[in-house]
Design a protein around this ligand. Structure first.
Ligand SMILES: Cc1cc2nc3c(=O)[nH]c(=O)nc-3n(C[C@H](O)[C@H](O)[C@H](O)COP(=O)(O)O)c2cc1C
Length: 349
C-alpha cells in the first residue's frame, strides 16, 4: 500500500487519531483468525433463546454481558463528547468501558475536565488508562492513582504499544518496563485497584503474557491484529514523511486476535482476559470467548456508532448482545460457562 493521500496535520494527536479512525483506511488486510473457527450446529438442545444468561464479572464487578467498550479517547472536547455518549450506553447496558490515555490530563490539569465522565456512568465498570512508556520514564504509583481518581475508575489499564510509539517517534525506551509495571501493580493492589496490561492492537505473545503475569497484573487484554492497525493510524497522522513510511511499512505487523487469545491461555488458564482487535459482531464475541477470552472488546465500531449518535450505539450493542445469544443458542449453551467450555468450536482450515 502506498503512503496515504489524506495525511492529517491536526496538531493534537488525540484529535488526529479520532479523525484517522473515522475517515481513514486504517484496517488491517490481515484477519483476526476468528474466521478459521466455526461452531458446530446443535439442533437438538433443550434451550430457550429468551433464557440465555450472559452475565459475568470483570475487575471484581458484575457486568451484564462479556462485551466491553474499548479505551479510545478523552482529553479533547470531541473526545469528551464521544466518551459521554459511550459512557451513557455503558451505564444503560451495564457494560465495562475504558477511556483513552490520560497522559495529556496528568501533564496538563486543564485537560482533566475532558475526562470528567463518571457522572455519565456512575455504576458500571470503568477503566483508567496510562501508557507503559510513561511509567518507564519515571511516573509511579502516585501518577497511576491520580489517573484512577480523575475518573473514579474501578481498574487501571496500562497500555503497551512499542510499535505504535516507534512509528510515531514517541517513547521508545522500555528498558525499565518490568520493574516499573511490577511497582504499579503492587502499589495499586495495596489500594484495592486491579491493574490490567493491554496491547493496543498488535497482540500478545505467550512470552509477553508470561512476563506481564510475572509483573503481577490482575488481568490482560491481548488486543490483536485484524481490526484497527495502529501503525496505519500513525501513518495517516504523521507530518514527517519518514514516519508515514514507517507506519505503512508496519501496517500489517501484529499477532492476529485469535492467536493472541490462545497465546495468553497457554501462559495462564485463569488470568482474566479481555480480547480486543477486529471483534465486529456477536458471533466474533462468542468465538473469542470459546477460544479462551472472558470478555470481548470493541473500539472503532463503537466510535463509528457514536459518531452517528446515541441511537446507533444502542442499536449496535443490541445487535452485539443479540448475536452472541443466537450463537450460544445454536450450540446449546445456556450460559457463559457453557460457551467457554463448548466442544463445538471447530477449526475449519
Ligand atoms: C480513536 C481510538 C483511540 C485509541 N486510543 C487508545 C488509547 O489511548 N489507549 C489504549 O489503550 N488504546 C487505544 N485505542 C486502541 C483500542 O482500544 C483497540 O485496542 C484497537 O483499536 C483495536 O480494536 P478495534 O479493532 O476494535 O478498533 C484506541 C482506538 C481508537 C479507535
Amino acid at each position: 500500500m502506498s503512503a496515504p493521500e489524506n495525511t492529517l496535520r491536526v496538531p493534537d494527536s488525540k484529535l488526529a487519531h479520532l479523525d484517522a479512525c473515522l475517515t481513514g483506511d486504517v484496517g488491517y488486510k490481515k484477519t483476526t483468525g476468528l474466521e478459521s473457527w466455526d461452531f458446530e450446529n446443535q439442533a437438538a438442545a433443550n434451550i430457550s433463546l429468551d433464557h440465555i444468561n450472559v452475565e459475568t464479572t470483570l475487575a471484581g464487578k458484575k457486568i451484564s454481558a462479556p462485551i466491553m467498550i474499548a479505551p479510545m479517547t478523552g482529553g479533547v472536547a470531541r473526545g469528551h463528547e464521544l466518551n459521554r455518549m459511550l459512557f451513557r450506553a455503558a451505564e444503560k447496558w451495564q457494560l465495562p468501558v475504558g477511556v483513552g490515555s490520560q497522559r495529556v490530563a496528568l501533564e496538563n490539569a486543564q485537560r482533566a475536565a475532558y475526562f470528567h465522565i463518571r457522572e455519565d456512568a456512575p455504576s458500571t465498570t470503568v477503566f483508567a488508562n496510562v501508557g507503559a512508556g510513561q511509567f518507564c520514564k519515571g511516573w509511579g504509583v502516585e501518577e497511576a492513582k491520580r489517573a484512577v481518581d480523575m475518573i473514579e475508575a474501578d481498574a487501571l489499564y496500562v497500555h503497551l504499544n512499542p510499535i505504535q510509539e516507534a512509528c510515531q517517534g514517541g517513547d521508545v525506551d522500555f528498558r525499565n518496563l518490568t520493574n516499573a509495571l511490577a511497582t504499579i501493580c503492587k502499589g495499586l493492589k495495596a489500594m484495592g485497584i486491579p491493574v490490567f496490561a493491554r496491547e493496543v492492537g498488535f497482540g500478545l505473545s505467550e512470552a509477553a503474557a508470561r512476563t506481564l503475569i510475572d509483573c503481577g497484573v490482575a488481568g490482560l487484554d491481548c488486543a490483536g491484529a485484524g481490526g484497527t492497525s495502529w501503525a496505519k493510524v500513525e501513518a495517516l497522522c504523521a507530518a514527517d514523511p519518514a514516519y508515514r513510511k514507517y507506519g505503512m511499512m508496519f501496517g500489517e505487523w501484529g499477532i492476529p486476535t485469535a492467536e493472541a487469545i490462545q497465546n495468553v491461555r497457554r501462559a495462564s488458564k485463569d488470568i482474566p482476559l479481555v480480547a480486543t482487535g477486529g471483534i465486529r459482531n456477536g458471533l466474533d464475541v462468542a468465538k473469542a470467548l470459546a477460544l479462551g477470552a472472558d470478555v470481548a472488546s470493541l473500539a472503532r465500531p463503537m466510535l463509528q456508532a457514536a459518531d452517528v449518535g446515541p441511537e446507533a450505539v444502542d442499536q449496535f450493542i443490541t445487535e452485539l448482545v443479540g448475536g452472541l445469544k443466537i450463537a450460544m443458542f445454536g450450540i446449546g449453551a445456556a450460559d457463559l460457562d457453557g460457551l467457554k467450555h463448548t466442544p463445538l468450536l471447530i477449526k475449519n482450515k
